[in-house]
Design a protein around this ligand. Structure first.
Ligand code: PHB
Length: 414
């Protein structure tokens, strides 16, 4: 069944004396309109499965928030196959390598050569979300923004429910399944009864101060720099906009950093002995991001499935967060498809196990990149020497470089 009509109202509730919620029904209720929620919703639509997406923020906020920007080949291929890849193909920047810079010298990791032709695409998460929202709306589907008081219920029964409020009215959305795509701070994960989930959590003793600058990127590919004063990253969004980061304290006050101080730190940490110069320009946006590694096991409870940041967080050094969210929902969509088309739930039952196997490998990679490239406040001179040796090894051994490359471009899906 192709879902033109979704979220069907099945019982207009009497509104005269008591405010009963309006009852609606769908197959999959999706909480959160980030990459996980929207990719899932569109994949389900393509399989003829109904969904309703509920998002507590405004569409404009979600589409303008500065987030990730690196897409693995698998993500690019999926968005293309879903019919939402046209603008990404036109505007995305395809890169076949990155540079690791330390001791003032750059070393290229050649993804193309090391992975048999694979690369990455630079295309902002905000742009991916715009393309997905446009596709969802063109398909006549429901993505409801600015909903309030979202809560999930009856997760371990045959018909879970989502309660929410929109424009002052209360709704009860009856679902076959719920997908919790509402991020690390969302309501889905905490709605699972105590004792069910095991949490694995690791905070890092630093954060990233990031800026978006109106300046042509100073290099064609991303530069990850390890410096005495801490990590720095040169990235980009378009041929005219640079995205840059410096390692900072986890509780850093952004107001203590004026633009000149940020540029000075970037110039120092990214400095190269070969005369390379950092292009500067007006700072359009700036902010501090904390760094954490986090996983919950399992990623499902009853008929609630967690996907993306609601189930796991990676530090941004490996550029994996968005890609991991996309692979979660790719697997989940296959499970729902198998359920609705064949009446089997084998894949749904194994959802958590299949995802977690990949999640942990990506966690390992993100932790490793983070550990190799940052200065730790409690490190001793041995650690510093060891990190330099690690960088030397990764950039001089074909085997080590290949390990980095195959993880960076994305491990294959099971
Ligand atoms: C970014 O462009 O925002 C970006 C790129 C690479 C990373 C993290 C963030 O590892």
């Amino acid at each position: 069944m192709l879902s033109g009509v979704i979220g069907t109202e099945i019982a207009p509730a009497p509104q005269l004396f008591c405010r009963m919620p309006k009852v609606q029904r769908t197959q999959v209720g999706i909480v959160g309109a980030g990459p996980a929620g929207l990719v899932l919703s569109h994949l389900l639509y393509l399989h003829g499965i109904e969904s309703v997406v509920l998002e507590n923020r405004a569409r404009q906020y979600v589409e303008e928030r500065v987030r990730a920007g690196v897409l693995e080949q698998n993500t690019v291929d999926l968005l293309t196959a879903m019919g939402v890849g046209e603008r990404m193909k036109r505007e995305g920047l395809v890169h076949y390598g990155i540079e690791l810079r330390f001791n003032g010298q750059g070393h290229r990791i050649d993804f193309h050569e090391l992975t048999g032709g694979k690369g990455i695409t630079i295309y902002a998460q905000a742009e991916v979300l715009k393309d997905l929202n446009n596709a969802r709306i063109a398909a006549g589907c429901q993505v409801l923004f600015e909903v309030e008081d979202v809560s999930v219920h009856k997760l371990d029964g045959p018909q879970p429910k989502i309660l929410y409020r929109k424009d002052g009215d209360e709704y009860e959305l009856c679902c076959d399944f719920i997908a919790g795509c509402d991020g690390f701070h969302g309501i889905c994960r905490p709605s699972i009864p105590a004792g069910v989930l095991t949490e694995y959590d690791r905070l890092y003793p630093f954060g990233w101060l990031g800026i978006l600058a109106e300046a042509p990127p100073s290099a064609e590919e991303l530069i990850y720099a390890y410096h005495e004063r801490g990590f720095a990253l040169l990235s980009m969004r378009t041929p005219h906009i640079s995205r840059l980061y410096v390692q900072c304290r986890p509780d850093e006050e952004i107001d203590h950093w004026n633009d000149e101080k940020i540029w000075h730190e970037l110039r120092t940490r990214l400095a190269s002995t070969n005369g390379w110069k950092l292009t500067e320009g007006p700072v359009l946006q700036k902010g501090v991001t904390g760094m954490r590694s986090f996983v919950v096991e399992p990623m499902q409870y009853g008929r609630l499935y967690l996907a993306g940041d609601s189930a796991h967080i990676v530090p941004p050094t490996g550029a994996k967060g968005l890609n991991l969210a996309v692979t979660d929902v790719q697997i989940l969509a296959r499970g729902f498809d198998e359920y609705y088309s064949e009446g089997r739930h084998d894949l749904l039952d194994r959802y958590s196990e299949i995802c977690l196997r990949r999640v942990w490998k990506v966690q390992r990679f993100s932790w490793w990149m983070t550990s190799m490239l940052h200065r730790f406040p409690d490190e001793n001179p041995f650690d510093h020497r060891r990190q330099l040796a690690e960088l030397d090894y990764v950039t001089s051994s074909h085997a080590a470089a290949r390990t980095l490359a195959e993880n960076y471009v994305g491990l294959p899906l099971e």
